[in-house]
Design a protein around this ligand. Structure first.
Ligand SMILES: Cc1cc2nc3c(=O)[nH]c(=O)nc-3n(C[C@H](O)[C@H](O)[C@H](O)COP(=O)(O)OP(=O)(O)OC[C@H]3O[C@@H](n4cnc5c(N)ncnc54)[C@H](O)[C@@H]3O)c2cc1C
Length: 549
C-alpha cells in the first residue's frame, strides 16, 4: 500500500526544506524526497578529496545575501546553526600593478581607493551608492511579492495587481525611469554613464554577469547587478554578503533541523520519477524504485524541465505552458573551482601572506570590462575562455571549521565555458581551464600556484548530472529579463501554483530565485496552505470547486 502524507516536497535543496518546514509548522504531515545521499542541493558542504577529508569546501554556492529575516526568524535558524560572518572588501589586484578595494559601508576608504585610479570616479562613487540604494529600496520588497498573473481576470489575480499598483503609486518619473534603465541596459552602458576608469568599471561589472549567459555588454545585465545588490526585501535589513560557518551546506542543515523539529520526515536516496495525477489533481509521486507515495499537496522544487516535462508529461499540461517550459533558457557556462591552499595569496600590490583585510572579501580576477567580455566572447564562439574571470573568496579567513590550522579553502566562481558543456564532461579541457585560472592569480600573487594543495573542478556537466541543475544554470534558469517576475517560470503561473491542482512550484526558477534565499520555498508553502483553506471552506459549503478556480 502507498504511504500517505498531507504534503510531499520533491527535492531536498534549501527551498524544498524551507517549504517542508512551513508546511509542517502549519500542521501538515510532510515528507521531503531527495535523490542524493544528502540534502542541500546547490547549498552543500562536501569533502571532495578522499585523501584529505579534513578539507571541506562549499562546493557550489559560496556566499549568503538574500535570505529574509522573516524566514530566519520564523524557523529559528540561528538556534539551528545559521551563523554568518560578514565579508570583507571587494579586492582586485591588477596585472599592470596596483589594486582596488571597495567597501560595502566605508565611503571614506572607498574614496581613497578609487581616487588612485580616477578622482572623478571617486567623487561619483557616493552618488552611485545612493542611486543604487534608492533603486534597491524599490526592487527589494518586490522580491517578497507574489507576481501578478497579468491578463488574468480572476478576482485573486486582479486584487494582486491592484495591490502592486497601490504599493508603487508613489513612484515618481525619475524613479520609474531609473528602474526602466536598470531593467533594459547593459551593465557596461550603465557604468559608462557613471565612471571613466576601467579598473572601477571592471570591479562593478562582476555582479552584472554572475551566473549569466551574457557578457557585460548584453542588455539586462544591469538588472542582474541590482539583484545582487539588494540589501532589504522589505522586512528588515539583510546582512551584507557573508560566509556561513561550516559552508553553505550548514545553511541547509539549519533549515533541515528546523523542519525536522516540526516533524518533517526526510528521505534520502529517493529519486522521484513522476508526479501522480488523477482528474487534473496531483495525488502523489512515484519513486524511481517503483514505490508510490500519496498526498493531496505536492510541492516540487526541481528544475522546471524536470518537474513539468519529465515528472508530469506534456500531455497533462496546456500547450502554451509546455512551449514556455521548453523554451526556458537555462545556460550559464559556470565552472566552480575549489582549492585547498597551504597559505594565503601574497599579492605583489599588497604584499604578505599573513591574513590581511583584502583576503577576507571577494578576491577577484576581473581586471576590466573588456577582460570579462573577452571571456564571454570566447565561450560564445565555442571555446572555453582563454582568460576566465573569477569571483573568488577565502571563507577560512573567518571560518576555521573548514580546513586545518594554517591552511585555507579558496572558492573560485568562474566563467565561461561554452553553453553546451552540460552534455559532455570535458574533463581534460576543464583541467586546462583551471590551470589557466590559477595562472591568472599567480600573475598578481606569485606564491599562488605553489600554494595549491588540492583542487576540485565542477563544470556544467557535473552540475546537471550530479545536482540536477539542467543546462548547468546555477539558478535553475537564467535571470534574463524575459524570465523575471511574472514570467518566472511561465506567464500565468508565477504565483507558485501550476496548471495541476494541488501541485505547487518553489524552486529557484520562480520569482525571487535564484540564490540561497528560501523565498520560493516559503511562497510555494504559503500558496499551498492558502489553497488548503480555500478547499476546506469550499468543501464545508458543499462545493466541489477546485482551489484554483
Ligand atoms: C556554482 C554555483 C554557485 C552559486 N553561488 C551562489 C552564491 O554564492 N550565493 C547564492 O545565494 N546562490 C548561489 N548559487 C545559486 C543557489 O545555490 C541556487 O539558486 C539554490 O541553491 C537553488 O536551491 P533550490 O532549493 O531551488 O534547488 P536545488 O538546490 O537545486 O535543490 C534541488 C534538489 O532536488 C534534488 N533532486 C533533483 N532531482 C531529483 C529527483 N528526481 N527526485 C528527488 N530529488 C531530486 C537535488 O539533488 C537537489 O537537492 C550558486 C549556484 C551554483 C551552482
Amino acid at each position: 500500500m502507498a504511504a500517505t502524507y498531507d504534503a510531499i516536497v520533491v527535492g531536498g535543496g534549501h527551498n524544498g526544506l524551507v517549504a517542508a518546514a512551513y508546511l509542517a509548522r502549519a500542521g501538515a504531515r510532510t515528507v521531503v524526497l531527495e535523490s542524493r545521499h544528502k540534502t542541500g542541493g546547490a547549498a552543500t558542504t562536501e569533502s571532495p578529496w578522499p585523501e584529505a577529508p579534513e578539507f571541506k569546501v562549499t562546493r557550489l554556492s559560496y556566499v549568503m545575501s538574500l535570505m529574509p529575516p522573516t524566514i530566519i526568524n520564523d524557523l529559528n535558524l540561528t538556534r539551528h546553526g545559521y551563523k554568518i560572518y560578514p565579508m570583507g572588501p571587494y579586492y582586485q589586484a591588477f596585472p599592470e600593478g596596483g589594486s582596488i578595494k571597495l567597501y560595502a559601508d566605508d565611503a571614506e576608504r572607498n574614496y581613497e581607493s578609487v581616487a588612485r585610479w580616477s578622482k572623478k570616479d571617486a567623487e561619483a562613487m557616493p552618488r552611485w551608492d545612493a542611486w543604487l540604494a534608492g533603486l534597491a529600496d524599490v526592487l527589494g520588497p518586490l522580491l517578497l511579492t507574489v507576481p501578478p498573473n497579468i491578463g488574468s481576470r480572476k478576482p485573486r489575480d486582479l486584487t494582486g495587481l491592484l495591490k502592486l499598483a497601490w504599493r508603487n503609486r508613489g513612484l515618481n518619473v525619475r524613479t520609474t525611469a531609473d528602474v526602466t534603465r536598470l531593467m533594459t541596459m547593459s551593465i557596461a552602458d550603465l557604468l559608462d554613464d557613471w565612471f571613466e576608469s576601467s579598473q572601477v568599471k571592471g570591479a562593478l561589472a562582476v555582479n552584472g554577469v554572475i551566473g549569466t549567459w551574457a557578457g557585460p555588454y548584453e542588455p539586462g545585465t544591469a538588472y542582474v547587478m541590482a539583484h545582487h545588490s539588494i540589501g532589504d526585501v522589505g522586512d528588515g535589513h539583510l546582512g551584507n554578503w557573508g560566509f556561513q560557518e561550516g559552508g553553505m551546506g550548514a545553511v541547509a542543515d539549519a533549515i533541515e533541523a528546523a523542519a525536522r523539529r516540526y516533524g518533517v520526515e526526510v528521505r534520502l536516496n529517493s529519486p522521484v520519477s513522476s508526479i501522480l495525477i488523477e482528474n487534473g489533481n496531483a495525488v502523489g509521486v512515484a519513486l524511481a524504485n517503483g514505490n508510490e507515495i500519496k498526498a493531496g499537496t505536492v510541492v516540487s522544487t526541481l528544475h522546471p524541465r524536470t518537474t513539468f516535462l519529465d515528472h508530469i508529461g506534456e500531455h497533462n499540461l496546456p500547450p502554451d505552458f509546455v512551449t514556455d517550459i521548453r523554451n526556458w533558457k537555462t545556460r550559464s557556462g559556470v565552472v566552480k573551482i575549489n582549492l585547498a591552499l597551504s597559505e594565503l595569496p601574497n599579492f605583489t600590490a599588497d604584499p604578505g601572506s599573513e591574513q590581511q583585510e583584502h583576503h577576507t572579501g571577494s578576491v577577484e580576477m576581473a581586471p576590466s570590462m573588456e577582460f570579462i567580455e573577452r571571456a564571454f566572447q570566447d565561450a560564445r564562439e565555442g571555446r572555453p575562455a582563454a582568460r576566465p574571470f573569477s569571483d573568488g573568496v577565502i571563507p577560512t579567513t573567518f571560518d576555521k571549521t573548514l580546513s586545518p590550522e594554517g591552511t585555507h579553502i579558496m572558492s573560485l566562481f568562474t566563467q565561461w565555458v561554452p553553453a553546451d558543456w552540460n552534455s559532455e564532461p570535458h574533463t581534460s579541457e576543464l583541467e586546462a581551464y583551471a590551470d589557466r585560472m590559477i595562472e591568472l592569480y599567480d600573475e598578481v600573487a606569485p606564491n599562488f600556484k605553489a600554494s595549491v594543495l588540492h583542487r576540485d573542478i565542477v563544470g556544467p556537466y557535473q552540475m546537471e548530472h550530479d545536482y540536477g541543475l539542467v543546462g548547468g544554470n546555477i539558478f535553475h534558469g537564467e535571470l534574463s529579463l524575459e524570465q523575471l517576475f511574472h514570467m518566472r517560470p511561465a506567464p500565468g503561473y508565477a504565483d507558485y501554483r501550476t496548471p495541476i491542482r494541488g501541485l505547487y512550484y518553489g524552486s529557484s526558477a520562480t520569482h525571487a530565485g535564484g540564490g540561497v534565499c528560501g523565498i520560493p520555498g516559503w511562497q510555494a508553502a504559503r500558496a499551498a496552505l492558502a489553497d488548503r483553506k480555500v478547499t476546506k471552506s469550499a468543501r464545508t459549503a458543499g462545493s466541489t470547486a477546485s482551489a484554483r478556480a
